[in-house]
Each structure stands twice: as structure tokens, then as C-alpha cells.
Design a protein around this ligand. Structure first.
Ligand code: LLP
Length: 432
């Protein structure tokens, strides 16, 4: 019935997450409230890790793409599970440093890293920098030289794949701000240029073809093109690229019609393709790296709100307004993203009322769901929006000077705060 295995309903007819009563969590911590099931996150980490062991002889590394949800606690969780991380900014990197994440397992991404960010990464001995373009290549080399280091780099490559997803989150095709193109020769060129530099060592290639993808084919195609590229580099330049990073993008279930592929299937499919292509072209099997973000944390999260006004506009629609909105979940207003929702304090009641769930921001488009089916909803009900673990907290804002909600993790039947609720003092802390 639910879009996530973390959820069920207890004898009080209350929604539970990870076996913990969501209504009690709302009472204890207040709303709006992000709740995440740590046990499911750990389980997801293991599915990916075990699949690499099973289908690729353990010759790989799973990175958590931490843009999906970043805070010190999550870095500790994935560290304990033996994963590496992908960071895309000085802020994510700094959070990982403070969480004492092993820096050799940190991959630093981004299409326009600043010199300060590159310096922070190099000074702290970041494992790899995924270089996006030729301008950055020169800067990474120069900053490495300044610190007397040789930085291991991968290149972000656009394999030219059109993965079927929302336009805004398509990144593998040629018209993209990310990376260098394969088919124009730009990718080969940048590897050649890097080979002449003293303070960088080319270790691999990276691509990321999009997000919330439900098909295996685009990943298989990317794996084939990228492995061929590595073989071409070997043939033309005599350089061995030992790491192939195939990015993230594996879809999750937001609504019942979504049909995600089991995560280990992705690993199985690309492993086969990489093995076969490497054999065909006579190169050693590269270490494979995958970077799931959404699929590690998305289904593990819910957001709890308190219902305020219920405004029925006859023959038009009913607006149910909650105490959060686009400031804690901007995915509807940005992408028209769909979510499932229910009344947490009457979780098994029949959803027979079509409503539009609105936020509290001064913006007409500030909705969480249009035409959602809810059980007869009243002021004071606790509304749960499901599968909000990815790209919600991490994309939240203080629009309208609304403080960000806290994040509570549940594990083993217990709950704890991992990110505190912002206060009004937090809101003005940088004002002068
Ligand atoms: N690796 C790279 C280089 C990426 O750019 C991304 C996501 C990932 C890995 C992780 O992708 P995932 O497994 O989470 O799909 N804000 C959008 C999603 C943007 C994804 C950006 N890159 C959303 O809310 O749908």
C-alpha cells in the first residue's frame, strides 16, 4: 500500500516509520518535521555494496551522492557502511571533514568549482577530483603544485545519452553545462592535455546520465560507451584509466505507478557490460564506481505537517494548507514532482477527498501535491508526505524567513534529532 517499506500502520490507526509512531514524533518534535528511517538507509547501502561483491568481484566502490541529503550524521552512517561519498561544493566537503569522513573516499564533483573549494579539497587530501573542463584542469594542477601534491583526477564526460526523465534533471546529453563531450573529441583532448601536466594523475572517467531513471538500457549504453572510451585512451595515448564512475540516477517510488528497478539489477547490468566491453577491447577491468543519492535516502524519509486551514472553493477545489511547503520541499514548484500523502493520525481511513495540498509561502505555486486523495481532512490533522528523504532538506530554503524543520532519524524503534530546528535567531544570524 505504501510507497516505502519503512511505513506501516499501528493499532491506533497511526502511520509508523521504522516502527515508530509518526503522530507521536510530531507531538514530541513539532511540525513541520523531516523523519528518516536510518535502518532502511543502511539496508540500501548494503544492497549496493553486496551487488558489487556479487557481480563485479568486489572491484568497485559505492559513493553516496550527498547532494540528496547532507548533514554530519548521514556521512557517519554511510562511513560505517563502508561507502565513499560524492560532494559537490565546499559546504558538503566541509561537512564531511567535520564528520571525520575518510578523505580518500571522497570524490569532489561540480561544474564550476572555485579556487577556494579546490584548495580546501587538496589541502584535506580529497581522494579524487572529478574535473569538469579544461579551465578547471589548469587550476587543479596549479593548486596541487602549490601544495606540492599530485591530485588524482577523473574527467566528467558527457556520453551523449538521452535518459528519459524530466528535462531539468537531464545531464548526460551534449547540450549540458556538465563535463566534456565524447563524440566531439573534447574528452580525448582533455585527457591528452592532462597527461602533460605534472601535478595531476588521470585515473579515470565519470559520467552521470540523469536522475529518477527507471530503465536499465541508458545505464548499459553509458557503461559501454565509457568503457570503449577508456580503451580508446589506452590505444591512442597509452594511458590506462583504472576507474570508471558511472554516476547515479536510479529511480525510486514516489507514487504507486512508479516502478523502480531493484538497485542490484543496475549493478548487475552495468557490471556485465563493463566486463564484456573490457574483454572485447583487451583492457583490464576497471574499478567501477556508482553514485546513488536519491535511491539510498529518498524512500527512507517522510515529512510531517500540521493541517491549518481547509478551504473549499465550490466547484473548483479544496485547498488544505500546511505549516510548511516549498521552503522545505521545493520539488513540486521546480519540477511538478508527484508525491503520495496521507493523514498520519487516521492512516487507514479511506482516502475519499480530492484536495490540493498547499504550503504557507506567499506564492501561488507553493503546493506539495495537486488533486491528492486524502481521508476527510480537518484542521489539526497530521499530514505525512512520503518519500521526501532526498532533495528535500538539501534543497530547502528560508524563503519568507521560515526556519528550516529539524531532521529526526529513527533506528531500532528509537528516534533522535540529527539536525536541529532552526530558530528565528538562526534566521538573523548573518544580518548586520
Ligand atoms: N552523481 C552526480 C554527478 C550527480 O550529478 C547526481 C545528481 C548524482 C550522482 C545522484 O543522482 P541520484 O542517484 O540522486 O539521482 N534535485 C533533483 C535531482 C538532481 C540530481 C543532480 N545530480 C531532484 O530533486 O529531483
Amino acid at each position: 500500500m505504501f510507497v516505502s517499506e519503512s511505513l506501516d500502520v499501528n493499532t491506533k490507526n497511526h502511520l509508523q516509520i521504522g516502527g515508530v509512531d509518526a503522530v507521536e514524533l510530531a507531538e514530541q518534535y513539532g511540525t513541520p518535521l523531516y523523519v528518516m528511517d536510518e535502518d532502511l538507509i543502511r539496508k540500501n547501502c548494503r544492497i549496493y555494496k553486496d551487488a558489487v561483491d556479487k557481480y563485479y568481484d568486489g572491484n568497485g566502490l559505492i559513493l553516496y551522492a550527498s547532494k540528496a541529503f547532507s548533514c554530519m550524521h548521514i556521512y557517519r552512517v554511510v562511513m560505517q557502511e563502508g561507502l565513499g561519498i560524492d560532494v559537490v561544493s565546499g559546504g558538503e566537503l566541509y561537512t564531511a571533514i567535520k564528520a571525520k569522513f575518510p578523505m580518500d573516499k571522497v570524490y569532489f564533483h561540480g561544474n564550476n568549482k572555485t579556487n577556494d573549494e579546490i584548495e580546501l579539497a587538496i589541502k584535506n587530501g580529497v581522494g579524487r577530483i572529478v574535473v569538469d573542463n579544461v579551465f578547471e584542469l589548469g587550476r587543479v594542477d596549479a593548486i596541487s603544485a602549490k601544495h606540492n601534491k599530485v591530485t588524482k583526477i577523473l574527467f566528467r564526460i558527457k556520453p551523449g545519452i538521452d535518459a528519459h526523465t524530466h528535462d531539468f534533471i537531464q545531464t548526460g546529453q551534449i547540450d549540458s553545462k556538465f563535463g566534456v563531450a565524447l563524440e566531439t573529441g573534447e574528452a580525448m583532448d582533455i585527457v591528452m592535455q592532462a597527461s602533460k601536466l605534472k601535478n595531476v594523475e588521470v585515473v579515470g572517467a565519470h559520467c552521470h546520465i540523469g536522475s529518477q531513471i527507471f530503465e536499465l538500457e541508458p545505464f548499459k549504453l553509458a557503461a559501454k560507451l565509457m568503457t570503449r572510451f577508456m580503451a580508446d585512451v589506452k590505444d591512442k595515448l597509452g594511458i590506462t584509466m583504472s576507474e570508471l564512475n558511472l554516476g547515479g540516477g536510479f529511480g525510486i517510488k514516489y507514487v504507486n505507478s512508479d516502478a523502480p528497478v531493484p538497485y542490484d539489477e543496475y549493478i548487475k547490468s552495468v557490471s556485465e557490460v563493463v566486463k564484456n566491453t573490457a574483454k572485447e577491447r583487451g583492457i583490464d577491468m576497471p574499478k567501477i564506481i556508482m553514485e546513488p543519492g536519491r535511491s539510498l535516502v529518498g524512500s527512507a524519509g517522510i515529512t510531517l505537517y500540521t493541517v491549518g486551514s481547509v478551504k473549499n472553493i465550490p466547484n473548483v477545489r479544496t485547498y488544505v494548507s500546511v505549516d510548511g511547503g516549498m521552503c522545505d520541499n521545493p520539488r513540486y514548484i521546480l519540477y511538478g514532482a508527484e508525491y503520495s500523502a496521507l493523514i498520519a493520525n487516521r492512516a487507514n481511513d479511506k482516502p475519499d477527498m480530492a484536495v490540493t495540498i498547499a504550503g504557507k509561502c506567499c506564492e501561488s505555486g507553493d503546493l506539495l501535491a495537486k488533486d491528492a486523495m486524502l481521508a476527510d481532512v480537518k484542521t489539526g490533522d497530521i499530514l505525512a508526505v512520503l518519500a521526501t528523504g532526498a532533495y528535500n532538506y538539501s534543497m530547502s530554503s528560508n524563503y519568507n524567513r521560515i526556519p528550516r524543520p529539524p531532521v529526526v532519524m529513527v533506528s531500532d524503534g528509537k528516534s533522535k534529532i540529527v539536525v536541529k530546528r532552526e530558530t528565528y535567531d538562526d534566521i538573523i544570524r548573518n544580518d548586520v
